[in-house]
Design a protein around this ligand. Structure first.
Ligand code: SF4
Length: 339
C-alpha cells in the first residue's frame, strides 16, 4: 500500500484577542491506502482540528497536507474538487450534518447528480438503494422516503456513511462517529466500517476519545495518541494497545470508556494521573506539557525539557523516561505483554 495522505509538520495556531492557541503543533502522520489510522485523545487535544485539516476544511498555519503526493493547498480548483470527493468527512453528529428537510433519497441522490455519477433520476435511485444495502439499511425501500428525525441515531449514522460512500471515496475521515451510540449499535457500526475497508479498500482516519475503539481495528493500521496538540505515541495499533509506552497512553487504556468527558477525566485520574484537569492551550506547562498530570514525571527534567518523538519498541514515543529506559527491559515501566 502507498501513502494516500501525508500530514507533514502540520500546525494550526488560533489567535484570539487575548491568546495564541497552538491547537495542533508539528504533527506528522501518514495514512496508507486502505489503512485505518486511529487518532486518539481527550477533548482539546487537537484531533478534530487535525481531522478538519486532513479533510481540507481548514488550512494549516504551517506544514503541508499531501494527498496522492500533492500538496492539497497548491491544487487548482478542479484538483481541489477531486480531493474533496476522494476524501469524505463524516461528522460525529449526523443529526447536525443531515439536512432535516431532505429525505434519505434526496440526501443520497443529490451528490450523485451533482457530480455526474448518475445520468438520470432512475440511475440515481438505483445507486441510492445500493448504497443503503451497503450500509445494511434493508430493504432500502423502507428508508428512502424517511426524514432524519424518523430514523434512530444508528440509522442516521449509516445514512451519513452511505452519503460519504456515494462519491466512491478513497479515504473516510470519521470524527467520533460512534461516540453517541450505545454499545451494541457502536459495535455493529465498527464492524460495518471494517467490512467497508475490506470490501472497498477504503482507508479510514478514525478520530475518537476512546482508545478501545482502536482495538476493533487492531488487525489493521496504526494508532496515534495526541495530547495538547502533539502526537505523544504513534505506531502499529497492536503495539500501542498491547504494550503502551507513553504514560498518557497507559492512563487512557486504564480508563474505562466513558461517554461523559467529565466522568472520563475523573476515571483518568483514577487510572494513575495526578490530575484530571487538562491544562489550557493558552498557558501550556513548561517542558513536557504532560508533566503536571504525569505519575512518573521527574523534577528538573520533565518540567524543563520538552521531549521529542523517538523510536521506542517499534513505535514512536515522546517521553524522556521511557526513552531512557528503552533498551533496559528490566527497567521498563511495564513489562511487555506475553505474545
Ligand atoms: Fe511524564 Fe516526563 Fe515522560 Fe512527560 S517526559 S510523559 S512528564 S515522564
Amino acid at each position: 500500500s502507498h501513502a494516500l495522505m501525508e500530514i507533514s509538520d502540520v500546525s494550526k495556531i488560533f489567535t484570539t484577542k487575548h491568546a495564541t492557541l497552538p491547537a495542533v503543533d508539528g504533527v506528522n502522520l501518514t495514512v496508507n491506502a486502505g489503512e485505518v489510522l486511529c487518532l486518539v485523545g481527550e477533548s482539546g487535544c487537537g484531533k478534530t482540528t487535525t481531522a478538519r485539516m486532513a479533510a481540507g476544511l481548514s488550512k494549516p498555519t504551517a506544514g503541508t497536507i499531501s494527498y496522492d503526493g500533492q500538496d492539497i493547498w497548491s491544487l487548482d480548483k478542479a484538483g481541489f474538487g477531486n480531493f474533496r470527493t476522494a476524501v469524505q468527512y463524516v461528522h460525529q453528529d449526523p443529526y447536525a450534518s443531515l439536512n432535516p428537510i431532505r429525505t434519505v433519497e434526496a440526501t443520497l441522490t443529490a451528490p450523485l447528480r451533482k457530480h455526474g455519477l448518475a445520468k438520470n433520476g432512475k440511475e440515481a435511485w438505483e445507486q441510492a438503494t445500493q448504497l443503503l444495502r451497503r450500509v445494511n439499511l434493508t430493504p432500502p425501500e423502507n428508508y428512502l422516503s424517511k426524514f432524519p428525525h424518523q430514523l434512530s441515531g444508528g440509522q442516521r449514522q449509516r445514512v451519513a456513511v452511505a452519503r460519504a460512500l456515494s462519491l466512491d471515496p478513497k479515504l473516510i475521515i470519521a470524527d467520533e462517529s460512534t461516540s453517541m451510540l450505545d454499545v451494541s449499535i457502536r459495535v455493529a457500526m465498527l464492524n460495518m466500517l471494517g467490512s467497508l475497508r475490506d470490501d472497498l479498500g477504503v482507508g479510514f482516519l478514525f478520530i475518537t476519545h476512546d482508545l478501545a475503539i482502536a482495538k476493533y481495528f487492531g488487525w489493521q493500521g496504526r494508532t496515534a495518541v495526541m495530547y495538547l496538540g502533539k502526537v505523544v505515541e504513534y505506531g502499529p495499533t497492536p503495539e500501542v494497545i498491547n504494550n503502551p509506552q507513553h504514560p498518557y497512553t497507559r492512563a487512557l487504556l486504564d480508563a474505562v470508556p466513558e461517554p461523559d468527558p467529565d466522568a472520563a477525566a475523573r476515571k483518568l485520574e483514577g487510572g494513575g494521573l495526578k490530575s484530571a484537569e487538562i491544562p489550557s492551550l493558552a498557558n501550556l506547562p513548561s517542558g513536557c506539557s504532560f508533566h503536571p498530570r504525569c505519575p512518573i514525571a521527574e523534577d528538573g527534567l520533565c518540567d524543563v525539557k520538552e521531549p521529542a518523538l523517538a523510536p521506542v519498541a517499534r513505535r514512536s514515543v515522546s517521553c524522556h523516561v521511557v526513552q531512557r529506559e528503552d533498551g533496559h527491559p528490566g527497567d521498563r515501566i511495564r513489562p511487555p505483554e506475553p505474545a
